[in-house]
Design a protein around this ligand. Structure first.
Ligand SMILES: [Zn+2]
Ligand SMILES: [Zn+2]
Length: 429
């Protein structure tokens, strides 16, 4: 058996196991009881293991299930604790000053090393005690990724759950997100400034009025998206959503490379929603980031649903239009011709599995088809919400379409593409 993923809760592991089993593979969910050397937290990670010859197929299934624009999974080593190998990296902000803001009176405190190791801090301005957690004080708290420090989010999640009460979690997650943002800022240099709004943290080198108006845009976009998605939208409570806006294309790709080891694949990316560890959005240098923000923040709002990629991308492109108040589907002869020439009963399978979105040769026509199908479903069928909520990766949402739309995906696709059997094949069969 090979470990293919680690989890902090059994429900997530169980969900992924069900995806793998739906494709006919054998896996187990088990606990890793090996103590984490160098860590003062007992963290029994939950492991998903699959029979060795099927490990790569299982990873492909989970990758197809992962949110679009997210990182591919990799086979994790069974034995060594990744934390052990990371603490000596010179880029880790072990000595970073720990700054906390009092939640009551907003006074900022620079904590000395002794105070930094506590779990509570007393603000003497207003006499309020509040919880604190310094990532650098936790052995193995930081994992280097070459250039940018990344917290070990699994370790931190376990620690927070173990030592703090749920009512303290929102404040702690914000503290952790800000420490992480400062650590990234320290790498990028003093031109980069951290801004905060109700739901977002923004790290950017743009002038401050541009940055603030961008944060206002984000808050407004979020309201639009939540109105559009209704009960489908995720309302996060722990921490704020981090948006990293890179000033330089090389820096952007350097950052993203850690999440996407295979280079070049995403060369035309207008932004990415990364859902590993602590969800965040990264943007390349651009004058007009709003469109990309609408797209990525839609993925963020759908992240809990784990829906098929075509549906996720179709919704993201559709929200772009809904927020901008226009319909960008161009029914010109050129686009119609490229759909007709690209899609046949074979290539449509890569659309259902999500693969065609990653291939530069077919990504444009894939996003376009996703938008057309989502638009047609919205206009011609009821029950869109129930369909989306129940759409599962292994069959691309086909059984949910039959149950909630009263039509198969093949019928829905064929009403645009013309007659033919376009039934999604079960993933990896
Ligand atoms: Zn205070
Ligand atoms: Zn997308």
């Amino acid at each position: 058996m090979k470990t293919i993923r680690r989890y902090t809760n059994a429900a997530d592991a169980g969900y992924d196991l069900s995806l793998i089993e739906a494709a006919g593979l054998t896996g187990i969910v088990t606990e890793d009881l090996t103590p984490r050397v160098g860590s003062n937290v007992a963290s029994p990670a939950i492991l998903l293991k699959v029979q060795d010859p099927d490990a790569q197929r299982a990873i492909d299934i989970l990758n197809a299930d992962a949110n679009p624009d997210s990182q591919p999974a990799a086979i994790l080593p069974d034995a060594p604790d990744p934390i052990q190998n990371s603490t000596s990296s010179p880029t880790l902000p072990q000595s970073q000053t720990f700054v906390v803001k009092c939640p009551e009176c907003a006074t900022k405190w620079k904590l000395d090393p002794q105070e930094s190791r506590q779990r509570t801090f007393l603000c003497t301005e207003c006499n309020t005690a509040f919880p604190i957690l310094n990532i650098s004080a936790l052995a193995g708290g930081w994992i280097g990724n070459g250039t940018y420090p990344q917290p070990d989010w699994d370790l931190l999640r376990n620690y927070v759950n173990q030592y703090f009460s749920p009512s303290e979690h929102p404040l702690l997650w914000l503290q952790l997100a800000l420490q992480w943002t400062r650590a990234i800022r320290d790498v990028l240099g003093p031109a980069y400034i951290i801004y905060e709004s109700k739901n977002f943290i923004l790290l950017t080198a743009k002038p401050s009025d541009t940055a603030r108006s961008l944060l206002n845009d984000c808050e407004e976009i979020l309201i639009h998206i939540r109105t559009f998605l209704g009960s489908l939208a995720w309302h996060w409570a722990n921490g704020k959503h981090l948006i990293l806006m890179f000033d330089d294309l090389e820096l952007y790709y350097g950052y993203v490379a850690w999440f996407y080891p295979e280079e070049g694949q995403f060369a035309s990316s207008g932004g990415m929603f990364l859902n590993r560890g602590y969800c965040h959005t990264v943007l390349p240098p651009t004058q007009y980031p709003v469109r990309a923000l609408v797209h990525e923040l839609t993925h963020l709002s759908l992240v809990r649903l784990r829906i098929p990629r075509w549906l996720n991308e179709g919704l993201a492109v559709t929200t772009e239009d809904a927020v901008n108040g226009k319909n960008s589907i161009r029914w010109d002869a050129e686009l119609a011709a490229s759909h007709k020439s690209h899609w046949n009963t074979e290539t449509i399978q890569d659309f259902w599995s999500g693969k065609s979105f990653l291939d530069p040769a077919s990504s444009h026509v894939s996003y376009s088809l996703a938008q057309i199908l989502v638009t047609n479903i919205r206009e011609d069928y009821g029950n869109l919400e129930d369909f989306i909520k129940n759409a599962k990766i292994p069959d691309a949402g086909d059984s949910s379409a039959q149950a909630h739309l009263g039509a198969t995906l093949s019928e829905i696709a064929s009403s645009f593409l013309g007659p033919g059997d376009r039934t999604p094949r079960l993933l990896s069969t």
